[in-house]
Design a protein around this ligand. Structure first.
Ligand code: CA
Length: 317
């Protein structure tokens, strides 16, 4: 259940038993030019304490007639109680806040963790109606199922072999059993799976003599017994992007502008050190067209690689 009540700045009252006692803090000193929404965040019956400290972020948006979302408010309102969120939505004013929200507008509260949006169960879709300036509406937010937070969701590593640690954090009252899998042969999950609630998965990856490559590790819940909804895995995949040795002129484990500069110096007949051009160049796989020389092919390949690997996946996964 979510609590809804209105209180003016002048006449503060606590009107709803649905709001936890701690949420009273949100009714203190609401701004005169804004409408405040605030309350608690509960995930699978677990009250999130220290919402901002735990990395949760809140925004309020409005949807235009054509479906475009406009952000109405993003600012963090620091209250005395760390267990509640509060967001102040500027209200339309012809002179002072022409971009503000209009009273009676339908708005949507969004909750993010590490840049990824949680799916709110209550209020459904995060929907809230904009009230008057100087007013506060208590809106306790709820996610019904447990959530497994996965970190990182994207990791870029050098062409050398190594290990990646994936941290899984369970939030919510119910227990979650989970597994991690990968279908890439150059990755081996060497520890941590299957897992239970919180855990660390250790993934070993081989060195890469070749082009840059991606691998995906998938995290999924294993038992979804009937008592509750499935856990949300957030995000359900981790992308590991490994750089290649092709055009890695200086043997740094990655292709970057230093390789371009080294290759151009060789092309210009300038002196280069072993730090600038790898001594095992011919055997290393760095030679793009296998002509045993450093030429324009390596420069162009390096430039293309730099432009490609600077493009990271979006958070929309
Ligand atoms: Ca390099």
């Amino acid at each position: 259940m979510f609590g809804k009540c209105l209180a003016t700045a002048v006449m503060v009252f606590i009107c709803s038993s649905h709001l936890t006692a701690s949420a009273e803090e949100i009714f203190r000193d609401p701004p005169s030019m804004a409408f405040r929404v605030g309350g608690t965040l509960t995930i699978n019956q677990e009250l999130i304490t220290d919402v901002y400290g735990m990395g949760y972020e809140f925004t309020v948006t409005r949807r235009d007639e054509d479906g475009t979302q406009f952000i109405l408010a993003t600012e963090t309102v620091s209250l005395g109680d760390p267990d509640v969120y509060a967001t102040d939505i500027p209200i339309y004013d012809e002179n002072n806040q022409p971009g503000g929200a209009k009273i009676g507008d339908t708005a949507f509260i969004h909750v993010y963790k590490d840049g990824l949006e949680l799916s709110l169960t209550l209020p459904p879709g995060g929907e809230v109606t904009i009230g008057n300036r100087g007013e506060v509406e208590g809106v306790d937010l709820e996610v019904r199922n447990p959530v497994l937070f996965v970190k990182p969701y994207f990791e870029k590593v050098t062409s050398r072999g190594g290990t990646l640690r994936i941290e899984i954090t369970k939030v919510g009252k119910d227990d979650v059993n989970w597994i991690t899998e990968t279908d890439e042969t150059w990755l081996t999950i060497i520890g941590g799976t299957p897992g239970f609630n919180n855990g660390t998965v250790v993934v070993e990856y081989e060195g890469n003599i070749g082009d840059p490559r991606d691998a995906v590790v998938t995290i999924s819940e294993t038992d979804t017994s009937g008592e509750r909804n499935s856990a949300t895995v957030f995000p359900p995949t981790v992308v590991l992007r490994q750089e290649g040795t092709v055009a890695d002129i200086d043997n740094s484990g990655m292709v970057d502008l230093k390789d371009v500069i080294s290759a151009l110096k060789v092309l210009a007949g300038m002196d280069v050190t072993d730090e600038m051009v790898r001594t095992d160049y011919i055997a290393s796989g760095a030679d793009v067209n296998r002509d045993n020389r450093i030429g324009l092919e390596e420069v162009l390949y390096a430039l293309r690689t730099i432009s490609e690997i600077s493009h990271v996946p979006t958070e929309e996964n």
